[in-house]
Write a protein that binds this ligand. Structure first.
Ligand SMILES: O=P(O)(O)OC[C@H]1O[C@](O)(CO)[C@@H](O)[C@@H]1O
Length: 248
């Protein structure tokens, strides 16, 4: 389950190759996408590959995991903005192909329901990319989130707001809530790749390795997934049992 490679760049090369091959094999794939610092080199590598060896992308559909409540798509820290900047614009994906929850919606319950229905109408997710929060969240499913939920609004933990403070000018600007795909939709993906890089993730990766399936560690639910890869660099692997710490 744990695949250790030497550096964040090696993670980016491997994960982008897997995504590239997936699109090549299935041009009408439905991709579940993540944001966050971990994904930036992965998207850069994927864009570079697709520029060197183009594939038809017109039939591709994407659904992102989450969006902050209260940020418009034009806000530089919104996940809409992140995706546009790092992937959608460089690949020339049309707005009709890409989906993120609307963090600025008037009625969050209706937005969540509609997002779930859109994922279902697309036939579910073929491949879901995931990062992991330092508290074990996937998407924004924070510790304690029931495993049996679809897209929903959630209050962010103090830990997550602290972790993401680095992207905002000050603490007051960090949103308190987000809309996130639920664990059910993530687990229904036909393939899942969870990625972690850097020392900052070593502790949660060690906890994930040792943990049983536990709602207090949301990523642990993935241990029940039939097609999961956890791809990490040596820094993120540093607190795993010694025989797993180095790239194979
Ligand atoms: O890659 P980062 O910035 O460490 O973030 C970890 C995870 O937490 C989030 O910020 C919240 O979903 C994700 O975007 C990311 O997968």
């Amino acid at each position: 389950m744990f695949l250790v490679v030497p550096t964040p760049q090696a993670v980016a090369d491997l994960v982008s190759t897997l995504v590239y091959q997936h699109i090549k094999a299935k041009p009408a794939a439905v991709l579940g996408l993540a944001t966050g610092g971990t994904m930036e080199p992965i998207y850069a590598a994927l864009v570079a590959k697709l520029q060197q060896q183009p594939l038809p992308l017109e039939k591709l559909t994407t659904f992102n995991l989450d969006e902050y409540v209260g940020l418009s798509a034009a806000h530089p820290q919104s996940y809409h903005y992140f995706m546009q900047q790092h992937l959608f614009a460089p690949l020339g994906l049309a707005p009709s192909q890409v989906h993120l929850p609307d963090g600025n919606c008037r009625n969050s319950a209706e937005e969540c329901q509609a997002y779930s229905e859109q994922i279902a109408a697309a036939g579910g997710l073929d491949l879901q990319l995931l990062g992991i929060g330092s508290n074990g969240h996937i998407g924004f499913n924070e510790p304690g989130t029931p495993f049996d939920c679809n897209t929903h609004e959630i209050e962010l933990t103090a830990q997550t707001r602290q972790d993401n403070l680095r992207f905002f000018a000050d603490a007051a600007e960090v949103p308190t809530h987000a809309i996130t795909m639920g664990i059910c939709e993530i687990m229904a993906a036909r393939e899942v790749i969870l990625v972690a890089t850097g020392q900052r993730k070593a502790d949660i990766i060690a906890q994930l390795y040792a943990s049983g399936v536990d709602e207090q560690l949301p990523a642990s639910v993935l241990k029940q997934h039939r097609n999961l890869k956890v791809i990490i660099d040596e820094d993120a692997a540093a607190l795993l049992p010694t025989h797993l710490q180095q790239a194979g």
